[in-house]
Design a protein around this ligand. Structure first.
Ligand SMILES: [Zn+2]
Length: 80
C-alpha cells in the first residue's frame, strides 16, 4: 500500500512538471520589438530619438521639447 501511494505521488508530480513544461511562454518576444519600433520618433529640429509618448506632436513632425517645436514652426512660418 505504501508503494502505491508513493507511485501516485510521483505520478502527480511528473504530471505537474510535464504540464508546466508544455505551457507556452507568454508572447513577449513578438510584442516587444514591434512596440519599440513603433514608439520611437525623432525630433524634427535636432534629430533626437525619443519614445512617441514623450514626444510633442507639431506641424512639422514630432519634437523633443516645446522650445524645438516653437523654433521649428517659427522658422517654417518665417521663411515662406
Ligand atoms: Zn529636439
Amino acid at each position: 500500500m505504501k508503494y502505491l501511494i508513493l507511485l501516485l505521488v510521483i505520478g502527480i508530480v511528473a504530471l505537474l512538471l510535464g504540464f508546466k513544461r508544455r505551457t507556452p511562454p507568454p508572447m513577449r518576444r513578438e510584442d516587444e520589438p514591434k512596440k519599440k519600433a513603433l514608439s520611437m520618433v525623432s525630433c524634427a529640429e535636432c534629430g533626437l530619438h525619443l519614445p512617441v509618448g514623450e514626444a510633442l506632436p507639431g506641424v512639422g513632425g514630432h519634437f523633443c521639447s516645446a522650445e524645438h517645436r516653437n523654433a521649428y514652426e517659427t522658422r517654417q512660418g518665417g521663411v515662406q
